[in-house]
Design a protein. Sequence first.
Length: 409
Amino acid sequence: MKKKLSLGLFGFGCVGQGLHRVLSETLGLQTEIRKICIRHPEKPRSLPLEYFTTDRELLLNDPDIDIIVELIDDADTAFEIVRDALKRGKAVVTANKRMVANRLDELRELQQRYGRPVLYEGAVCGSIPIIRNLEEYYDNDFINRIEGIVNGSTNYILTKVTEEGKSYATALAEAQANGFAESDPRLDVGGYDPSFKLSILLTHAFGLRVRPEKIVRVGIDRLTAADLDYARAEHLRIKLVAGAYRFGDEVIALVAPKYVAEGHALYAVRNEFNAVSVEGLFAEEQLFVGKGAGGNPTGSAVLSDISALRYDYRYEYRKSAISTGLSFTEDALLDVSISADPSVRLSPSEFSRFKGGYRTKTSNRLEGEVRLSTLRDLTQREDISIILAPGAVPRPAKIAEKHVELETA
Ligand code: HSE
């Protein structure tokens, strides 16, 4: 590739502007943004107008542009841009987690067909180089578990609400004003965004293709004041945790709020920080922490991908080739706490093992072990709040049930 890289940039929102800042301040990489394709030409911009166009073909057909950097919101249009860029022989960098999670099979096929790479470190955990590490550092290790906080907005909201006593609405408005939240923040608080990221991580950590809608997902939007009081009284914090866990040749994954106790790796991760704990068979546990949202942190991940294209870096998807025996399963059990307003009917029969519960003036709380498939059904109920118990790790039902049989024999 040329010494000075020519970029065609799609989108100039929070991340696009962050990328522009980091590109103009970095010393190591010579780049030129030739054009920026935007959707709203009427918006005031921080760069001269001649940079901007609304005509995507101008960028895609420019033979001098080496790399298309896709940083727009709309996943379907993003995919078309990436596809057309690859067809025209350009390398692509994107941070669009929804597009990557939903279209990964096509992206892999297109990369093979046109021989050009697509890199997307910025799609998962902002500044934490988790995909590159899974691809490179852990390429010959076997991942047992990957678990973390992969959404900055919800962690910011939970921190502000529980530690600073702010209201949920104020904390969410701040996450939006800081550019952490998605344009539709339901994607953050409903746990969709972490499920996109977990879907991508499942491919790079385990070689498994699991579509995001297959992952059981609980958001933070149903947490109640009683849950927060309970956490405070028990010296716990609530974190929205995305996790994938391997047992033998099966992998279980889910996104859900979880009570974490002091001393847990995720307890001290606050505000828009993300953290990913990776447990390899050989490397054992490692914790990656860094800012997971915001223009500069995500811009830094995009910068790193652009830089990697200088030496024609591409993902090998090695785990897909070497971990062929693994399969994804929902046949799992896990410990949860379910709470609701006292007027709501909550039945111990939802639990495969009911451990107990109590009722106060403001809430009704039941605790025990549930099947992951039951949890999926319970996520449809808007009148209950589900939080994983402290230290809860899902386990395959067949192993757990055998264990109980032996205990009772
Ligand atoms: N809305 C996302 C978050 C942005 O809050 O983590 C970064 O992917």
